[in-house]
Design a protein. Structure first.
Length: 371
Protein backbone atom coordinates (compact mmCIF):
# COMPACT_ATOMS: atom_id res chain seq x y z
CA UNK A 1 0.00 0.00 0.00
CA UNK A 2 2.82 2.38 0.89
CA UNK A 3 4.60 1.58 -2.39
CA UNK A 4 1.45 2.48 -4.34
CA UNK A 5 1.28 5.84 -2.56
CA UNK A 6 4.91 6.53 -3.42
CA UNK A 7 4.25 5.71 -7.07
CA UNK A 8 1.28 8.08 -7.13
CA UNK A 9 3.38 10.79 -5.48
CA UNK A 10 6.14 10.45 -8.08
CA UNK A 11 3.57 10.44 -10.87
CA UNK A 12 2.03 13.65 -9.52
CA UNK A 13 5.45 15.33 -9.32
CA UNK A 14 6.28 14.23 -12.87
CA UNK A 15 3.00 15.54 -14.26
CA UNK A 16 3.50 18.85 -12.45
CA UNK A 17 6.96 19.29 -13.98
CA UNK A 18 5.62 18.46 -17.45
CA UNK A 19 2.79 20.99 -17.03
CA UNK A 20 5.24 23.67 -15.95
CA UNK A 21 7.48 23.00 -18.95
CA UNK A 22 4.50 23.17 -21.30
CA UNK A 23 3.39 26.41 -19.67
CA UNK A 24 6.86 27.95 -20.08
CA UNK A 25 6.99 26.87 -23.73
CA UNK A 26 3.51 28.18 -24.41
CA UNK A 27 4.08 31.55 -22.79
CA UNK A 28 7.44 31.96 -24.57
CA UNK A 29 5.92 31.49 -28.03
CA UNK A 30 5.34 35.26 -28.38
CA UNK A 31 8.31 37.63 -28.28
CA UNK A 32 8.70 41.43 -28.62
CA UNK A 33 9.38 42.73 -32.12
CA UNK A 34 13.08 43.60 -32.48
CA UNK A 35 13.19 44.26 -36.23
CA UNK A 36 13.54 48.07 -36.52
CA UNK A 37 11.56 48.27 -39.74
CA UNK A 38 8.53 46.63 -38.08
CA UNK A 39 8.49 48.41 -34.73
CA UNK A 40 5.93 50.87 -36.10
CA UNK A 41 3.39 48.09 -36.64
CA UNK A 42 0.08 48.19 -34.79
CA UNK A 43 1.13 45.10 -32.81
CA UNK A 44 4.29 44.55 -30.78
CA UNK A 45 4.50 40.76 -30.42
CA UNK A 46 5.74 38.28 -32.99
CA UNK A 47 6.79 34.66 -33.15
CA UNK A 48 9.60 32.65 -34.70
CA UNK A 49 9.98 30.81 -36.97
CA UNK A 50 8.11 33.26 -39.17
CA UNK A 51 6.06 32.58 -42.29
CA UNK A 52 9.26 32.47 -44.37
CA UNK A 53 10.93 29.94 -42.03
CA UNK A 54 13.49 32.30 -40.46
CA UNK A 55 14.32 30.79 -37.07
CA UNK A 56 15.33 34.07 -35.38
CA UNK A 57 14.48 37.75 -35.68
CA UNK A 58 18.12 38.46 -36.51
CA UNK A 59 17.85 36.31 -39.64
CA UNK A 60 14.52 37.90 -40.51
CA UNK A 61 16.00 41.39 -40.04
CA UNK A 62 18.82 40.69 -42.53
CA UNK A 63 16.34 39.34 -45.07
CA UNK A 64 13.77 42.14 -44.88
CA UNK A 65 16.40 44.88 -45.26
CA UNK A 66 16.61 44.14 -48.98
CA UNK A 67 13.26 45.93 -49.38
CA UNK A 68 14.37 49.25 -47.82
CA UNK A 69 14.91 50.97 -51.17
CA UNK A 70 11.56 49.72 -52.47
CA UNK A 71 9.82 51.06 -49.35
CA UNK A 72 11.47 54.43 -49.93
CA UNK A 73 9.62 54.74 -53.27
CA UNK A 74 6.23 54.71 -51.48
CA UNK A 75 4.94 52.45 -54.23
CA UNK A 76 2.20 51.02 -52.01
CA UNK A 77 0.67 51.87 -48.63
CA UNK A 78 0.33 48.12 -48.01
CA UNK A 79 3.94 47.10 -48.62
CA UNK A 80 5.33 47.64 -45.11
CA UNK A 81 2.36 45.95 -43.45
CA UNK A 82 2.61 43.00 -45.83
CA UNK A 83 6.35 42.55 -45.37
CA UNK A 84 6.20 42.77 -41.58
CA UNK A 85 3.25 40.37 -41.41
CA UNK A 86 5.42 37.86 -43.29
CA UNK A 87 8.80 38.47 -41.62
CA UNK A 88 7.45 39.34 -38.15
CA UNK A 89 3.91 37.89 -38.05
CA UNK A 90 1.54 38.94 -35.30
CA UNK A 91 1.49 36.64 -32.27
CA UNK A 92 -1.62 36.38 -30.14
CA UNK A 93 -2.67 34.20 -27.23
CA UNK A 94 -5.38 32.42 -29.20
CA UNK A 95 -3.26 31.71 -32.27
CA UNK A 96 0.05 30.50 -30.83
CA UNK A 97 -0.03 27.19 -32.68
CA UNK A 98 0.14 28.87 -36.11
CA UNK A 99 1.14 32.36 -37.22
CA UNK A 100 -1.63 34.45 -38.76
CA UNK A 101 -0.98 35.09 -42.44
CA UNK A 102 -1.71 38.37 -44.23
CA UNK A 103 -4.81 38.33 -46.42
CA UNK A 104 -4.38 37.71 -50.12
CA UNK A 105 -5.79 41.16 -50.91
CA UNK A 106 -3.03 42.81 -48.82
CA UNK A 107 -0.38 41.01 -50.86
CA UNK A 108 -2.08 41.93 -54.13
CA UNK A 109 -2.23 45.63 -53.21
CA UNK A 110 1.48 45.60 -52.37
CA UNK A 111 2.45 43.64 -55.47
CA UNK A 112 0.30 45.64 -57.90
CA UNK A 113 1.76 48.92 -56.65
CA UNK A 114 5.42 47.90 -56.44
CA UNK A 115 6.03 45.21 -59.03
CA UNK A 116 6.14 47.69 -61.95
CA UNK A 117 9.00 49.53 -60.24
CA UNK A 118 10.81 46.24 -59.61
CA UNK A 119 10.42 45.23 -63.25
CA UNK A 120 12.06 48.48 -64.35
CA UNK A 121 15.21 47.06 -62.73
CA UNK A 122 14.60 43.56 -64.17
CA UNK A 123 13.62 42.19 -60.75
CA UNK A 124 10.37 40.17 -60.63
CA UNK A 125 8.07 39.85 -57.63
CA UNK A 126 9.58 37.07 -55.44
CA UNK A 127 8.02 33.62 -55.65
CA UNK A 128 8.27 33.22 -51.88
CA UNK A 129 5.90 36.20 -51.53
CA UNK A 130 3.35 34.75 -53.96
CA UNK A 131 -0.14 36.08 -53.29
CA UNK A 132 -1.92 32.94 -54.47
CA UNK A 133 -0.61 31.01 -51.45
CA UNK A 134 -2.37 33.32 -48.96
CA UNK A 135 -5.92 32.97 -47.61
CA UNK A 136 -8.79 34.93 -49.11
CA UNK A 137 -10.41 37.41 -46.71
CA UNK A 138 -13.81 35.69 -46.63
CA UNK A 139 -12.42 32.15 -46.28
CA UNK A 140 -10.57 31.57 -43.02
CA UNK A 141 -8.38 33.68 -40.74
CA UNK A 142 -6.00 36.32 -42.08
CA UNK A 143 -4.89 39.82 -41.11
CA UNK A 144 -5.20 43.17 -42.87
CA UNK A 145 -4.50 46.79 -41.83
CA UNK A 146 -8.23 47.50 -41.55
CA UNK A 147 -8.63 44.77 -38.92
CA UNK A 148 -6.30 46.46 -36.40
CA UNK A 149 -7.03 49.75 -34.69
CA UNK A 150 -4.87 51.03 -31.83
CA UNK A 151 -5.45 53.93 -29.50
CA UNK A 152 -3.25 55.29 -26.74
CA UNK A 153 -4.42 57.26 -23.70
CA UNK A 154 -3.73 61.01 -23.99
CA UNK A 155 -1.83 61.21 -20.69
CA UNK A 156 0.62 58.46 -21.66
CA UNK A 157 3.76 59.74 -23.37
CA UNK A 158 5.57 56.43 -23.75
CA UNK A 159 4.51 54.02 -26.42
CA UNK A 160 2.08 51.56 -24.80
CA UNK A 161 1.97 47.85 -25.45
CA UNK A 162 -0.15 47.65 -28.56
CA UNK A 163 -2.74 44.93 -29.01
CA UNK A 164 -5.17 44.38 -31.85
CA UNK A 165 -8.48 46.04 -31.14
CA UNK A 166 -11.67 46.12 -33.15
CA UNK A 167 -15.10 47.47 -32.21
CA UNK A 168 -17.76 44.79 -31.94
CA UNK A 169 -20.99 45.05 -33.85
CA UNK A 170 -22.65 44.94 -37.25
CA UNK A 171 -21.22 46.95 -40.15
CA UNK A 172 -23.13 50.08 -41.13
CA UNK A 173 -23.42 48.88 -44.73
CA UNK A 174 -23.31 45.27 -45.87
CA UNK A 175 -23.38 44.70 -49.63
CA UNK A 176 -23.54 41.59 -51.78
CA UNK A 177 -25.75 39.48 -49.53
CA UNK A 178 -25.80 35.82 -50.55
CA UNK A 179 -29.31 34.56 -51.30
CA UNK A 180 -30.50 31.21 -50.01
CA UNK A 181 -30.57 28.97 -53.08
CA UNK A 182 -29.27 25.60 -54.13
CA UNK A 183 -27.01 27.28 -56.68
CA UNK A 184 -25.25 29.43 -54.03
CA UNK A 185 -25.08 26.54 -51.57
CA UNK A 186 -23.31 24.33 -54.12
CA UNK A 187 -21.10 27.18 -55.35
CA UNK A 188 -19.78 28.13 -51.88
CA UNK A 189 -19.57 24.54 -50.55
CA UNK A 190 -20.70 25.44 -47.03
CA UNK A 191 -19.23 23.35 -44.21
CA UNK A 192 -21.81 24.01 -41.50
CA UNK A 193 -25.44 25.12 -41.22
CA UNK A 194 -27.30 25.96 -38.01
CA UNK A 195 -30.51 27.46 -36.67
CA UNK A 196 -29.49 30.13 -34.17
CA UNK A 197 -30.71 33.05 -32.10
CA UNK A 198 -28.21 35.92 -31.95
CA UNK A 199 -27.31 36.81 -28.35
CA UNK A 200 -24.59 39.50 -28.51
CA UNK A 201 -21.40 40.75 -30.17
CA UNK A 202 -17.96 41.00 -28.61
CA UNK A 203 -14.40 41.78 -29.70
CA UNK A 204 -11.48 39.50 -28.90
CA UNK A 205 -8.60 41.91 -28.43
CA UNK A 206 -5.88 39.25 -28.48
CA UNK A 207 -6.74 37.92 -31.96
CA UNK A 208 -8.41 40.92 -33.59
CA UNK A 209 -11.59 38.98 -34.31
CA UNK A 210 -15.23 39.87 -33.70
CA UNK A 211 -17.34 37.17 -32.11
CA UNK A 212 -21.09 36.82 -32.58
CA UNK A 213 -22.43 34.88 -29.64
CA UNK A 214 -25.39 32.76 -30.71
CA UNK A 215 -27.70 30.23 -29.11
CA UNK A 216 -27.69 27.17 -31.37
CA UNK A 217 -31.19 25.67 -31.49
CA UNK A 218 -30.63 22.98 -34.10
CA UNK A 219 -27.71 21.70 -36.17
CA UNK A 220 -28.53 21.26 -39.86
CA UNK A 221 -24.98 20.35 -40.94
CA UNK A 222 -21.56 20.04 -39.34
CA UNK A 223 -18.17 18.94 -40.63
CA UNK A 224 -14.87 19.02 -38.71
CA UNK A 225 -15.67 21.49 -35.92
CA UNK A 226 -18.13 19.92 -33.45
CA UNK A 227 -21.40 21.85 -32.94
CA UNK A 228 -23.79 21.35 -30.04
CA UNK A 229 -26.97 23.10 -29.05
CA UNK A 230 -26.48 26.01 -26.68
CA UNK A 231 -24.29 29.09 -26.75
CA UNK A 232 -21.22 29.32 -28.96
CA UNK A 233 -19.36 31.94 -31.04
CA UNK A 234 -19.26 32.60 -34.77
CA UNK A 235 -16.10 34.53 -35.71
CA UNK A 236 -15.51 37.38 -38.16
CA UNK A 237 -11.99 38.48 -39.18
CA UNK A 238 -13.01 42.09 -39.74
CA UNK A 239 -13.83 45.14 -37.64
CA UNK A 240 -17.57 44.48 -37.95
CA UNK A 241 -20.02 41.71 -38.82
CA UNK A 242 -21.41 41.10 -42.30
CA UNK A 243 -23.95 39.79 -43.34
CA UNK A 244 -26.20 41.83 -41.08
CA UNK A 245 -27.77 40.11 -38.08
CA UNK A 246 -29.66 41.49 -35.08
CA UNK A 247 -29.76 40.48 -31.44
CA UNK A 248 -32.68 38.32 -30.24
CA UNK A 249 -33.54 37.34 -33.82
CA UNK A 250 -33.49 33.81 -35.23
CA UNK A 251 -31.53 32.96 -38.37
CA UNK A 252 -30.40 30.11 -40.54
CA UNK A 253 -26.64 30.54 -40.97
CA UNK A 254 -24.42 28.47 -43.27
CA UNK A 255 -20.70 29.14 -43.52
CA UNK A 256 -17.14 27.82 -43.41
CA UNK A 257 -14.81 26.53 -40.72
CA UNK A 258 -11.40 27.60 -39.49
CA UNK A 259 -10.26 24.01 -38.97
CA UNK A 260 -6.84 24.88 -37.58
CA UNK A 261 -8.33 26.80 -34.64
CA UNK A 262 -11.65 24.96 -34.32
CA UNK A 263 -13.81 27.99 -35.11
CA UNK A 264 -16.99 28.56 -37.09
CA UNK A 265 -16.61 31.64 -39.28
CA UNK A 266 -19.29 34.23 -40.08
CA UNK A 267 -17.98 35.96 -43.21
CA UNK A 268 -19.36 38.11 -46.06
CA UNK A 269 -19.99 35.03 -48.22
CA UNK A 270 -21.86 33.21 -45.44
CA UNK A 271 -25.51 32.38 -46.03
CA UNK A 272 -27.75 34.23 -43.55
CA UNK A 273 -31.56 34.23 -43.71
CA UNK A 274 -34.31 34.79 -41.17
CA UNK A 275 -35.30 31.40 -39.85
CA UNK A 276 -38.03 29.46 -41.61
CA UNK A 277 -38.97 25.86 -41.03
CA UNK A 278 -38.51 25.01 -44.70
CA UNK A 279 -34.73 25.36 -44.34
CA UNK A 280 -34.56 21.98 -42.57
CA UNK A 281 -35.59 20.15 -45.76
CA UNK A 282 -33.83 22.58 -48.08
CA UNK A 283 -30.40 22.24 -46.41
CA UNK A 284 -30.75 18.47 -46.29
CA UNK A 285 -31.63 18.36 -49.99
CA UNK A 286 -28.93 20.84 -51.05
CA UNK A 287 -26.24 19.14 -48.99
CA UNK A 288 -27.12 15.75 -50.42
CA UNK A 289 -26.54 17.21 -53.88
CA UNK A 290 -23.30 18.88 -52.70
CA UNK A 291 -21.91 15.62 -51.29
CA UNK A 292 -22.81 13.81 -54.49
CA UNK A 293 -21.05 16.50 -56.53
CA UNK A 294 -17.94 16.39 -54.34
CA UNK A 295 -17.74 12.59 -54.39
CA UNK A 296 -18.11 12.42 -58.17
CA UNK A 297 -15.50 15.09 -58.75
CA UNK A 298 -18.00 17.53 -60.24
CA UNK A 299 -19.02 15.31 -63.14
CA UNK A 300 -22.37 16.16 -64.66
CA UNK A 301 -23.52 12.62 -65.16
CA UNK A 302 -23.56 10.27 -68.08
CA UNK A 303 -23.62 11.44 -71.64
CA UNK A 304 -26.99 11.39 -73.32
CA UNK A 305 -25.90 10.64 -76.88
CA UNK A 306 -27.83 7.96 -78.86
CA UNK A 307 -30.97 8.18 -76.72
CA UNK A 308 -34.51 8.04 -78.00
CA UNK A 309 -37.77 9.00 -76.36
CA UNK A 310 -38.24 7.87 -72.78
CA UNK A 311 -34.48 7.76 -72.23
CA UNK A 312 -34.15 4.32 -73.89
CA UNK A 313 -31.37 3.70 -76.28
CA UNK A 314 -32.41 3.27 -79.89
CA UNK A 315 -31.82 -0.17 -81.33
CA UNK A 316 -30.08 -0.22 -84.72
CA UNK A 317 -32.31 -1.03 -87.69
CA UNK A 318 -32.01 -4.55 -89.07
CA UNK A 319 -30.09 -4.81 -92.33
CA UNK A 320 -30.68 -7.77 -94.65
CA UNK A 321 -27.56 -9.00 -96.36
CA UNK A 322 -28.19 -11.18 -99.38
CA UNK A 323 -25.60 -13.88 -99.84
CA UNK A 324 -25.44 -15.31 -103.43
CA UNK A 325 -25.42 -19.08 -103.79
CA UNK A 326 -23.67 -20.68 -106.75
CA UNK A 327 -26.01 -22.38 -109.21
CA UNK A 328 -25.19 -25.91 -110.36
CA UNK A 329 -23.13 -25.93 -113.60
CA UNK A 330 -25.16 -27.12 -116.63
CA UNK A 331 -23.63 -29.46 -119.19
CA UNK A 332 -23.91 -27.11 -122.17
CA UNK A 333 -22.09 -23.84 -122.77
CA UNK A 334 -25.42 -22.09 -123.34
CA UNK A 335 -26.72 -23.25 -120.00
CA UNK A 336 -23.44 -22.21 -118.39
CA UNK A 337 -23.70 -18.70 -119.87
CA UNK A 338 -27.34 -18.36 -118.82
CA UNK A 339 -26.70 -19.62 -115.37
CA UNK A 340 -23.80 -17.27 -114.96
CA UNK A 341 -25.87 -14.30 -116.06
CA UNK A 342 -28.79 -15.38 -114.00
CA UNK A 343 -26.70 -15.86 -110.89
CA UNK A 344 -25.10 -12.47 -111.30
CA UNK A 345 -28.47 -10.78 -111.87
CA UNK A 346 -30.32 -12.51 -109.08
CA UNK A 347 -27.84 -12.36 -106.20
CA UNK A 348 -30.46 -14.07 -103.98
CA UNK A 349 -31.48 -17.38 -102.53
CA UNK A 350 -35.18 -17.45 -103.48
CA UNK A 351 -36.33 -20.64 -105.19
CA UNK A 352 -38.86 -18.75 -107.31
CA UNK A 353 -36.13 -16.61 -108.76
CA UNK A 354 -34.18 -19.69 -109.76
CA UNK A 355 -37.26 -21.04 -111.54
CA UNK A 356 -37.69 -17.79 -113.46
CA UNK A 357 -34.08 -17.94 -114.59
CA UNK A 358 -34.46 -21.52 -115.68
CA UNK A 359 -37.49 -20.50 -117.78
CA UNK A 360 -35.51 -17.69 -119.35
CA UNK A 361 -32.67 -20.06 -120.18
CA UNK A 362 -35.12 -22.52 -121.72
CA UNK A 363 -36.63 -19.81 -123.90
CA UNK A 364 -33.16 -18.82 -125.09
CA UNK A 365 -32.36 -22.40 -126.04
CA UNK A 366 -35.64 -22.81 -127.90
CA UNK A 367 -35.10 -19.55 -129.77
CA UNK A 368 -31.60 -20.60 -130.87
CA UNK A 369 -32.93 -23.97 -132.08
CA UNK A 370 -35.60 -22.24 -134.20
CA UNK A 371 -32.92 -20.08 -135.78
Amino acid sequence: MSQARKDLKYLFIYLTLVAQQISRTYSAACEPIEIPMCRSMAYNKTRMPNLLHHSTQENAKLAIEQFEQLLATNCSDYLLFFLCSMYAPICTVDFQTDAIQPCKSVCEHARDGCEPIMLEHQVPWPDYLACDDLPVYDRGVCISPEAIVTTAPEDVTEKPELVPHIPAGVCEKCSGKVKASKKNYLKNKYEYAVQVEVVSFHAERSSGLVGTKVNVKSVLKQSTVPITTGEMDLWTNNSCVCPEVAERKEYMIAGHEDKDNGRLMLLPNSLVEKWKGKFVKSIKKWDKKLQKTLSSGGSKGRRRGGKGKGGKQKQPEAVTVRVPIDEPTPASNNNQEGTSNGGANSGGTSGSRRKNKNRQNKRRRNKKQEE
